[in-house]
Ligand binder design. Structure first.
Ligand code: ZN
Ligand code: ZN
Length: 375
């Protein structure tokens, strides 16, 4: 990523310290974090060395270090890493970066936590050097750190919410009969780029295409009165993401949409509102999912709600906490996640309503304010 913005170095120093402490509390001897969102969260750097190993190593005590190809060291050395007490260890092709990475990590490492972006080629080589260690995902060991956003992160997510709301404000005038989904999508891409530095995704699902939650867009021509699912997201220069879905009707008059769509949308909007109302510290991720699912099932649409209720969001678009059955994670202040139930009637239409919420000490703040009525 180019032209990225970071927080000041002391933010990353604190996070590294907190990661070290969280790992130690869980009996983890070593953290190995590959490049990507977790690496950026802890160091401010979005460096990518592709198949060559770049890894942040956090031992149980003392300063962390970064092992990276010498060709990438200059990029990494930029702010804020240059102000952190983090040693940079460069390696050249032909050298063994895995030995470099483990040098000084201590003997008899028992428990190693791996960042989820480390690929199998790297993991297998670390395992070969540490055959007696046990391995787990750093995502879980550091869950509290990654999922609870601080004020600066919430401010960025709030900005992202405003940015995507501003794009949704333009959607009704773009959805005109006779246009294709692709034409609308290309207009949306331009608008997303006015508000963000990167386009993450654009979904324009009209009529039956709306029934496929993973549809992107096609050359299908829009017709008056047709429901259209518009799910869009982008990345701010800080790396924080937006993600918001609204369902529209071409022409803006819901009374022209099929009657079953109108009935189902009222159910969906109520279910989503009920889940937002229950979004406060003390609820679990599974509780929020159960609320949307029960409301939609009670109205007879349960078989048509085919995905989890939501996902966490931050430096990645999809991360913990996943709002789904079986996730008994207790929600806490500072957690940011989507609430996005949907109903999908194959061959006819789809609908989804998605807001990003962040939990306050006694409730939630919706980071999206775009109108929730079908327009
Ligand atoms: Zn979305
Ligand atoms: Zn989402």
């Amino acid at each position: 990523m180019t032209d990225t913005q970071t927080f000041s170095a002391d933010v990353y120093a604190q996070r590294l310290h907190a990661a070290q402490k969280a790992a130690a509390d869980k009996g983890i001897d070593l953290l190995l974090i590959g490049t990507g969102p977790d690496f950026a969260y802890l160091t401010g750097s979005w460096v990518s060395s592709h198949e060559r190993l770049t890894v942040l190593v956090v031992p149980q005590q003392g300063n962390a270090w970064i092992v990276a190809p010498n060709t990438d060291i200059t990029d990494i050395k930029a702010a804020p890493v240059d102000e952190l007490d983090v040693e940079l260890r460069g390696w050249n092709d032909g050298e063994n970066p895995y030995e470099f990475a483990l040098r000084g990590a201590g003997d008899g490492l028992g428990k190693v936590a791996l960042g989820q972006s480390l690929t199998a080629d790297h993991v297998l080589r670390f395992q070969a050097l540490l055959p007696h260690a046990s391995y787990e995902l750093a995502t879980y060991a550091l869950a509290e750190l990654f999922t609870r956003k601080d004020e600066a992160e919430i401010a960025e997510l709030r900005k992202a919410g405003h940015a995507i709301d501003a794009v949704h404000a333009q959607v009704p005038q773009l959805l005109q009969a006779g246009r294709t989904e692709a034409e609308v999508a290309h207009e949306l891409e331009k608008l997303i780029l006015q508000e963000h530095s990167v386009i993450d995704f654009v979904i324009v699902g009209s009529g039956p295409n709306g029934a496929n939650p993973h549809h992107s867009f096609s050359d299908r021509v829009l017709a008056e009165g047709e429901p259209v699912v518009v799910d869009i997201g982008g990345t701010l220069p800080s790396g924080y993401h937006s993600d918001c879905t609204r369902t529209y009707v071409v022409g803006g008059d819901i009374s022209k949409a099929p009657q079953d769509f109108q009935d189902a949308y009222a159910v969906l909007a109520d279910a989503q509102a009920a889940a937002r109302a229950a979004a406060h510290p003390g609820s679990t991720a599974a509780d929020i999912d159960a609320i949307t699912r029960q409301a939609i099932s009670a109205a007879g649409w349960g078989d048509y709600f085919v995905h989890r209720t939501g996902h966490g969001i931050g430096l990645s678009t999809h991360e913990e906490p996943f709002i789904m059955e079986g996730n008994d994670l207790a929600l806490e202040e500072g957690m940011a996640f989507s609430i996005e139930p949907g109903i999908y009637l194959e061959g006819k239409w789809g609908m989804r309503l998605e807001d990003i919420v962040v939990l306050t000490n006694d409730g939630y703040e919706s980071l999206n304010q775009a109108p929730r009525d079908v327009r």
